[in-house]
Design a protein. Sequence first.
Length: 108
Amino acid sequence: MPELSPVPIKEISAQIHGVGGYRTVHTVADLAGILMSNNWPKKAGDPFFQRAIAACLTALEVQGQGDKARRAFVDAARKAGIAVLPDDAARHERTRTRFHDWRCERTN
């Protein structure tokens, strides 16, 4: 069987090692590795997790569709409460800004 070439994705960093503990990946195989690791909060019946695994396996089989696998991974990570950068950066900035605005209102 010929060796499969890596299926590239847009770089992604997932916070799977606690606060500030991000792992950065560049391929679909790396995404699958995170999903299958002991660091992922697996839920047997979680359809987001199952879709992410299926999307990664499909991308590896067809040697393409990395963008679909990446999107499925981001959806599963969000469902599992895992921060993903750069995708969640804007979301976190909006939350931080709203909190800052709220604090300023309460102190005035």
